[in-house]
Structures are given as structure tokens and as C-alpha cells.
Design a protein around this ligand. Structure first.
Ligand SMILES: N[C@@H](CCC(=O)N[C@@H](CS)C(=O)NCC(=O)O)C(=O)O
Length: 380
């Protein structure tokens, strides 16, 4: 390659984090530009018909949007120095579960800790968001653009279930996550062993841009979960690193029969935190699809982000959150992997997922698949 990849995103963007970290760790030459750069506004945005990040432009000029699609593309092109997908089928199922949960299941703490602590966070966030504002704006224009963008994000937080009535529970639940992940990271450098997989990159999305960068949650993470902070740094290191800090470092990644208790505890957390929400979203989607039945054109059209709201019981409280078909686009990767395994491996995966309260993620599926076409989600 005689030209760099270009990554359009921003430091404060949740979903840009994993694309950047993957490229850094795998030492893929990349130039980063703010989404808002003149090239993004004049070429990328009109091409995609959508303002969204991350986007990469390949040295050949291809444009790829979506964090997961970007990682799969780069891996498929043979640019990964570390295996993104574990070879062991059971470990791969765990990695795909954490890809989904990391991407989508920690949005409540991410949005709460970003948008509900203005005294601590707001000046910092304003500076970060300035990276994507058009350069020609004057001070009043910048301020108005920030108010518009942040207003949309504050609304998005509510769509994920962040309300005054849930703040305390979100904080409690996130503290539990930090404790469990810290306990696990005493034993391993990454989620599944020696190197980061798709599961780590999923988790990295919320744990970097929001929860490790914004002042309020960064302080919380550094002071209550320094090992998680340490993992964030390790995920984002551009230089080759020879680790030497564990008593008994893993060799490679875990294999199916050897999933440690600390990881099972984290999986159980995923079940408690996210399985009911996920199931409610599948149920809602089935009802939604049934209603559209008389109107197939509507079902076929590119989908917006959300198709409605579903209610579910979360940690003893009824809350609702936005149902996004994109989540099934990620879940499909787990189903396809599971369905393609041998009987023996399926049995082992089912046993592990049952033990940890996660069977919904294997068994509960909407009747239509989601695909991405022209940078938007559609029913397949
Ligand atoms: N599933 C997408 C989600 C991307 C996404 O939501 N990006 C946010 C920033 S983190 C964005 O571009 N938001 C702009 C907007 O909604 O206007 C991915 O993984 O790439």
C-alpha cells in the first residue's frame, strides 16, 4: 500500500473507538480526519446520504461505514496481526456475544456519565465536539451547532432508558460491571486471553470514548477500576508491546472447556443486564413486522435507526428502550456461528450460555434478517 487508509470520526465518538483501536493495534497506516472535514462533507456525506461515523476510505478509494463492517473488512484483507476471531468455536461464541453486548448493552452508563454531569464534563465535551464542526463557523455558529448535536444526544440517552428515575440503578449496575471486569483482568490481559478479539473491540466502544475519556467517568474508572483503565490503554496502544505483568500469563486465547469463573461471572452479568431487553426487542420486532405485512414496501425500505420502543424489566424496574434493527445485524453473527458448529460444540456452547443465563441470545431471533445496503439497514 503506498497510501494510508483514512478514518473519519472523532475522539469523543463511541463507535469510532473500535475502528481506531483495531488499526492502531494492528499497525495499519491510517490518517484520521474529523467527520466534518471538507472531504467528508463534500464527498463522503453525499455518497452515503447519511452523517455517521466511523467511516474508512481505503487506499483504493472504497468507502466503508460501520465499526463492525470496518473491522471485518480489514481482517478479511489480511491486515490483522492478531486474530480478531478466536479459532476455538466456544470462545468464538463468547467473543461474538461480547461484540453485541459491548456495542449495544452499555449505552445506559455511557450516555448517563457523559450527559448528566455537566459541571464536570461539559467544557471538555465541547472541546472534543469542536473536532467535527465545520471550520468556517464563528463562535455563535459553533455554539449553536454544539447545542444542536448535544441536544440530539441527550434525547438519545433517554431513548436508551436513561431517566432521573434510573440514574441510581445505572450507576449501581455499572459499578458491578467494573468490579466484575476488574476481577477478570487480574487473570488475563484481554477479555479472552493474550490478545484482543472482537469481544474486546465491542466493549471498547463505550469503555473508551465515553467512560474512559469524559472527566466524570474517567475519574471513576481510574479510582475504582484501575485494571479496566489499564485495559483501555492497552487496547489503544499503537506500538508493539511485550507484556510481562501477570504472574501466569495465558498462552493465546481460552479454549472452550477452560472458560474461567471470572469470565462466567461477567457473562452472567450480561444476561442480567441485557437478556430481557434483547428479548423484548425481538418480540417488539415480530409484532412490528406482522403489522407491516400488508405493506411490504415499507418493510423493504431502508430502516431508520429505531422502529419503536419496547418495555422490559430491568433490575426490578420496568423501563423501555428504542428497538434498533442494527442490533440483530450483530446478533446474526452469533446465530450464524452457532448454527454452523458441530453438534458437540453446539452442546458445549448451549451449556455455557444456559449456565450463565444467556440462552435468549442463541434461541430468540426475529423472523427476518437484517442487512446493510448503501450504508443503511434493511430487512433482508
Ligand atoms: N452501528 C454504527 C453506529 C455509528 C454511530 O452511531 N455513530 C455515531 C457517533 S458514535 C454517529 O455518527 N452519530 C451521528 C449522528 O447520529 O448524527 C457503527 O458501528 O458504525
Amino acid at each position: 500500500m503506498n497510501q494510508d487508509f483514512i478514518l473519519y470520526g472523532m475522539q469523543a465518538s463511541l463507535y469510532t473507538g473500535k475502528a481506531r483501536a483495531y488499526m492502531r493495534r494492528n499497525r495499519i497506516p491510517v490518517t484520521e480526519r474529523g467527520a466534518g472535514h471538507p472531504e467528508y462533507m463534500s464527498r463522503i456525506y453525499p455518497h452515503m446520504q447519511r452523517f455517521i461515523m466511523p467511516v474508512i476510505e481505503t487506499p483504493e478509494g472504497d468507502i466503508i461505514q460501520d465499526g463492525t463492517d470496518i473491522l471485518e473488512y480489514l481482517e478479511g484483507r489480511g491486515l490483522g496481526l492478531e486474530p480478531l476471531f478466536p479459532r476455538d468455536p466456544v470462545t468464538k461464541a463468547v467473543a461474538l456475544l461480547f461484540q453485541l453486548f459491548g456495542n449495544e448493552g452499555l449505552l445506559r452508563p455511557a450516555m448517563h456519565y457523559r450527559w448528566n454531569f455537566d459541571d464536570e464534563n461539559l467544557d471538555f465535551i465541547k472541546v472534543s465536539f469542536a473536532d467535527v464542526l465545520p471550520a468556517h463557523l464563528d463562535a455563535a455558529g459553533r455554539s449553536a451547532a454544539f447545542d444542536h448535536a448535544s441536544g440530539r444526544m441527550r434525547k438519545a440517552a433517554m431513548a436508551f432508558g436513561v431517566f432521573e428515575t434510573t440514574y441510581a440503578l445505572i450507576e449501581k449496575s455499572y459499578a458491578e460491571f467494573l468490579n466484575l471486569y476488574s476481577a477478570h483482568l487480574k487473570e488475563t490481559y484481554f477479555l479472552l486471553g493474550d490478545t484482543p478479539t472482537i469481544g474486546d473491540y465491542g466493549l471498547f466502544n463505550p469503555l473508551y470514548a465515553h467512560l474512559a475519556r469524559d472527566p466524570k467517568p474517567a475519574y471513576l474508572m481510574k479510582t475504582t477500576a484501575p485494571l479496566v483503565w489499564n485495559w483501555v490503554e492497552r487496547m489503544n496502544r499503537p506500538e508493539a508491546t511485550e507484556e510481562h505483568t501477570l504472574d501466569d500469563p495465558q498462552v493465546g486465547l481460552y479454549v472452550g472447556n477452560d472458560i474461567p469463573e471470572t469470565l462466567k461471572a461477567l457473562m452472567t452479568y450480561v444476561g442480567e443486564e441485557y437478556a430481557a431487553e434483547y428479548s423484548a426487542h425481538v418480540d417488539y420486532t415480530e409484532q412490528w413486522l406482522a403489522k407491516q405485512g400488508a405493506n411490504p414496501e415499507k418493510v423493504k425500505a431502508p430502516l431508520g435507526r429505531g422502529i419503536g420502543f419496547a418495555e422490559f424489566k430491568w433490575r426490578g424496574e420496568f423501563i423501555s428502550s428504542v428497538v434498533m434493527p442494527y442490533r440483530f445485524y450483530l446478533a446474526q453473527r452469533l446465530w450464524d456461528h452457532f448454527d454452523g458448529c458441530s453438534d458437540k460444540d453446539r452442546k458445549t456452547i448451549r451449556k455455557l450460555f444456559t449456565e450463565t443465563g444467556l440462552t435468549a441470545f442463541l434461541a430468540k431471533r426475529p423472523s427476518r434478517r437484517v442487512k446493510r445496503k448503501n450504508y443503511h439497514e434493511e430487512w433482508a
